[in-house]
Design a binder for this molecule. Sequence first.
Ligand SMILES: C[S@@+](CC[C@H](N)C(=O)[O-])C[C@H]1O[C@@H](n2cnc3c(N)ncnc32)[C@H](O)[C@@H]1O
Length: 221
Amino acid sequence: MQQAESTKPFRSNRSGKTYRQRRYRGVFQRLVAWREHQLARRLLAVPHAGCNGHIVDMPCGYGRFYSLLRSHNLSVSAMDQSQAMVDLYRESSGFRDVEDHAERADILQPLPARASEAGRAFCIRLFQHLHHGELRVAALRTLAANERQIVMTYYDDGCLHYWSKKALMWLKGKKVRVKMIPRTTFESEVAEAGLRIVKRIKLLPGLHAQTWVVLAPAPRI
Ligand SMILES: C[S@@+](CC[C@H](N)C(=O)[O-])C[C@H]1O[C@@H](n2cnc3c(N)ncnc32)[C@H](O)[C@@H]1O
């Protein structure tokens, strides 16, 4: 199964720059971004025995979380399928060329050598673009390799966001572009990838579909 090409955007540097300038400009989006940083800070504090100070930020986008990851004293391997995003990430303020690195990579393939030793992974705002369970489980397996702890988001369908998007797209005669899934579906995909949920927090409970989780390797029976 292949990921839809429409979910792999930012082919040009210009489209990446426009996204960086405009995506979090509105009041509601700024509130969402503020809350995301708050949750990221909280979940990155969850202890993990395999933490070695090295984290994979994938998909890294233009570097929205780079300074936060640095503030946790982590060395960062930043990866994205879009070369434009990787280039923008390297332009992040204070980007350290020696300790950190940014390169193009696909989450549906094994990670590049420089990232493989990382003890943690950070995966924000990707899973709603993976429309099939098979792809989501493959992505979870990539992140989970090397017994990593994962801090990530997915979109849960138990909220107003789901019904309002569905109603709006029905009125427009279009399909909903982001994939929101039931909690039970996510839980079974996590188990299939050999992981367990350690913590789960909703971005804006009942309102927004974005759900943050911390995952860790499931105990072997
Ligand atoms: C909504 S952005 C999120 C970026 C960043 N995590 C953030 O929150 O700002 C989604 C990103 O996923 C990337 N992406 C899509 N499919 C991917 C794949 N198969 N492997 C790696 N990155 C992918 C896109 O290029 C895009 O930069």
